[in-house]
Write a protein that binds this ligand. Structure first.
Ligand code: BDR
Ligand code: CA
Length: 320
């Protein structure tokens, strides 16, 4: 099976950590690097968490890059209280992980994306599960990459349901609506895995208990991290009955698009005060025969969850 080259662009909080595990475990994915951004935590903490999670999973050959530290619209960034509440101040549910002996790479995450686009072309899928600032900067620096990269499969946005930060905006898009709009309006092909499907794809303590029962360090640490997230979801969204697998679902869709049904449409992001961060179709392009985005609107959550658990159980069982 030809493996697709994958770059994750993460603001490494709890569901981002599960996205790393899925990408490491998926048999048809070759994780060529992790770029980090600000969002759930500051960028330095995101990179630290990515290194520590990779160590926990025995994936110490995956290079880790720092991306930008704030949005295109600002010159600094502070973690929102709600993010620190959902992911913990350290981004991984206040769980202590051993310091990594590795460092982040010297090259910037933006330059790494550009280099990888030229190296891998259509074989490359970029999976942003945080703000789209790094990708927007890469497109500004080298617009040609929009025609090289195979696909961008992002976690972000909401087309058929309200946002989760405001009624209009999902968290990742809300961090930098200008960057998201630039990415959506570029020639890149985007698959949007937003709240439309991630709010229906849930994990409970029944599943994390399976990780704990493996008796390995990876299984126990992941169970501790994700149980923190499940407790917060129970408090904030009791109607869901579990925590949303936002970011790992985007990786799942990149590896197997048949998990979702999509609507092809040209997207834009509202950047004005009213409806800031809202993702909708572009009224100027509704008759476009070749829209540049596919938006996931239905998900086979049972089959996805089965695959997610098979992959993660296998990975955690083998990391003592
Ligand atoms: C998204 O926001 C972040 O807090 C999560 O990691 C996920 O990427 C969900 O809206
Ligand atoms: Ca994220």
């Amino acid at each position: 099976m030809a493996k697709q080259k994958i770059i994750l662009d993460l603001d490494t909080g709890i569901d981002d950590a599960m996205a790393i595990a899925y990408a490491v475990a998926a048999p048809n994915a070759d994780l060529v690097g992790i770029v980090n951004s600000y969002g759930n935590v500051v960028v330095e903490q995101a990179a630290k968490n990515s290194l520590q999670i990779l160590d926990l999973l025995g994936a110490t050959d995956v290079p880790v890059f720092e991306g930008v530290s704030h949005s295109l619209e600002t010159d600094s960034f502070e973690v929102m209280d709600v993010s620190a509440h959902i992911h913990g101040v350290n981004g991984v549910g206040e769980v202590e992980l051993p310091e990594s002996s590795r460092q982040v790479e010297e090259m910037s995450g933006v330059d790494f994306m550009i280099e990888a686009a030229h190296k891998y072309g259509k074989d490359l899928t970029i999976i942003p599960t945080g703000p789209l600032t790094n990708l927007a900067l890469a497109l500004r620096k080298d617009p040609e990459i929009a025609n090289l990269i195979g696909n961008v499969t992002l976690m972000g946005g909401a087309l058929t349901v309200p946002g989760n930060v405001t009624d209009a905006a999902e968290a990742n898009i809300n961090q930098d609506a200008t960057a998201a709009n630039e990415v959506f309006r570029s020639p890149l092909h985007d698959t949007m895995v937003g709240l439309d499907v991630t709010l229906r794809t849930l994990l409970t303590k029944k599943e994390t208990q399976q990780w704990r029962d493996l008796g390995t360090v990876a299984g126990e640490k992941f169970a501790d991290i994700v149980d923190y997230y499940i407790d917060i979801y129970d408090e904030m969204y009791p109607e869901l009955g579990g925590c949303s697998l936002h970011d790992p679902l985007a990786v799942g869709v990149a590896c197997d698009p048949s998990f979702v049904q999509t609507l092809d449409i040209d997207l834009l992001v509202h950047t004005g005060e009213l409806n800031y961060g809202r993702t909708t179709g572009d009224t100027a392009k509704l008759d476009d025969p070749n829209p540049s985005a596919s938006v996931a609107i239905q998900v086979d959550e049972k089959r996805y969850l089965k695959t997610f658990m098979e992959y993660l159980n296998y990975l955690f069982a083998n990391n003592k």
